[in-house]
Design a binder for this molecule. Structure first.
Ligand code: ZN
Length: 465
């Protein structure tokens, strides 16, 4: 009798357990595919004495808050796709490939499926492997960046990705949300009273009456959030907004700035949901109108961005994740047309001991990109299509016009554009900005770039049926 009872209750238990397993199985497989997400983070704070923004005369004096690399690996029926957002100014050429190869190996995928982007803070490093090698040859070791520190960061990120891969969470749905951001972004393009155009409204122009009074100009006012859900539990949030992420810089205070501070606040408020922030295409967008470069401004911008993240999350609608596809397009952009961007002239500056340090570093960066052209290594435009949303990673400081074009190509979809992938091009102006004579010594690409980039955008965003 007792034995029978035990058998009965065991059978009952097994049945209950099996049904539970089936329910869980149903949640995870409701959409016919098994997607999993792994989130990871690693510290990438530069040491005291390290160069900031590649050329700034004041090197790191103090760490105001740490720099991080934060990302996710999404696994499914195809090879994993990785996105990592780094609190650095820029990663270029060989250094960019080192990041992708290191992460690809740890995540078990290929280089092209690893989307690496910088957030573009300016009290943070610019890394370009070949440029530093060229500088080494003229006695300027570690003047762009410290390769030993860089190698340590890669080790940390590799370990973080490997660890994360042992603890993945099923993804059943994605959430799409957005919010209008109040008083952060403004265009660098301002029309003067006489009708002429200037692109000189920089990040800290809010102290200037004319620049503070001029309208926002062409920006994308929306912060977008993609959330990865397991059932109704938000596992990770990816926020994107198009603005240069600086309140103040160049004083030696290393910081993830207002974008990193807002992300951290969001993380504190939502401890169970991993937070990632990426900068949208914002080559010509800064906080210039609203920022006077004081610590108080940094706090205000942090609060406004954090508020937009909360509102965007509040507006989030969940849809099942049924299928993902990955598209990538390769192309090349024309190099800067000016005489001083020819290799022989660049070499002269690099070797000229009387030239300014910053100019010699810029020359090395230019030569590095010319080497890339010689070896015919193209640019890429990777796009992760989640069905209801697309995540597309642009190179360099693509102007916001590209992000607006991308959204226009898919008007019924949720297109999240990210800037500052492979950063060798520097500014990528639109045709209009080229026609208006936009120029800057952080521009390495030439006229005709828009047509080529637009073609690549069409290939990944409007793939043939
Ligand atoms: Zn910039």
């Amino acid at each position: 009798m007792l034995v029978n009872k035990l058998i009965l209750s065991n059978t009952y238990l097994i049945t209950v357990c099996l049904s539970l397993v089936l329910v869980v199985f149903e949640i995870d497989h409701a959409n016919g595919a098994d997607y999993q997400i792994a989130t990871f983070a690693a510290d990438v704070t530069i040491p005291i004495g390290h160069r900031c923004m590649g050329i700034l005369p004041t090197k790191a004096k103090e760490i105001l808050d740490p720099l991080e690399a934060r990302g996710f690996v999404l696994t499914g029926p195809d090879q994993p796709v990785v996105l990592v957002a780094v609190d650095w100014c820029e990663i270029r050429n060989g250094a960019y490939d080192q990041w992708r190869d290191t992460i690809a190996e740890a995540a078990g995928t290929t280089r092209e499926r690893v989307l690496v982007c910088s957030l573009h803070q300016h009290d943070a490093p610019v890394c370009d492997q070949e440029a530093q090698l060229l500088l080494d040859n003229v006695g300027m070791q570690k003047e762009l960046y410290d390769p030993a520190f860089h190698a340590k960061c890669l080790q940390r990120i590799s370990a973080a990705v490997s660890d994360a891969m042992t603890e993945t969470t099923p993804v059943t749905h994605i959430g799409l949300g957005q919010a209008r951001v109040e008083k952060i972004a403004s265009s660098r393009r301002v029309v003067r009273e006489d009708g002429t155009i200037t692109y000189n409204r920089y990040s800290a122009s809010g102290g200037n009456e004319f620049h503070a009074a001029a309208p926002d100009g062409p920006i994308d006012p929306a912060l977008k959030t993609i959330t990865f859900f397991h059932g109704d539990q938000p596992v990770a949030m990816l926020h994107s907004y198009a603005v240069h992420p600086m309140s103040f810089y160049g004083r030696g205070g290393v910081s993830s700035d207002f974008v990193g501070l807002a992300r951290r606040r969001m993380q504190r408020e939502h401890p169970r949901t991993f937070q990632i922030y990426v900068s949208g295409c914002s080559g010509d967008v800064t906080a210039g109108k609203y920022n006077d470069a004081t610590p108080a401004s940094r706090q205000q911008l942090t609060q406004r961005l954090f508020q937009a993240m909360e509102t965007s999350w509040g507006n989030t609608k969940r849809v099942p994740l049924e299928q993902t596809t990955f598209q990538n397009s390769t192309y090349d952009l024309p190099f800067h047309e000016a005489e001083e961007f020819r290799a022989e002239n660049l070499n002269k500056v690099l070797h000229d001991k009387s030239a300014k340090e910053g100019d010699r570093i810029l020359a090395a960066m230019s030569l590095s990109s010319l080497q890339r052209k010689t070896r015919k290594q193209p640019l890429e435009l990777p796009c992760l299509d989640l069905g209801a949303a697309q995540i597309v990673l642009f190179p360099g400081e693509a102007f916001v016009g590209y992000q607006l074009m991308a959204q226009k190509m898919r008007p019924d979809s949720f297109v999240m554009s990210i800037g500052y992938g492979e950063c060798w091009p520097g500014y990528i102006p639109t045709k209009k900005a080229f026609d208006e004579n936009f120029n800057h010594d952080w521009r390495w690409v030439g006229h005709g770039s828009e047509k080529i980039l637009k073609q690549a955008m069409q290939e990944v965003l409007l793939p043939a049926e």
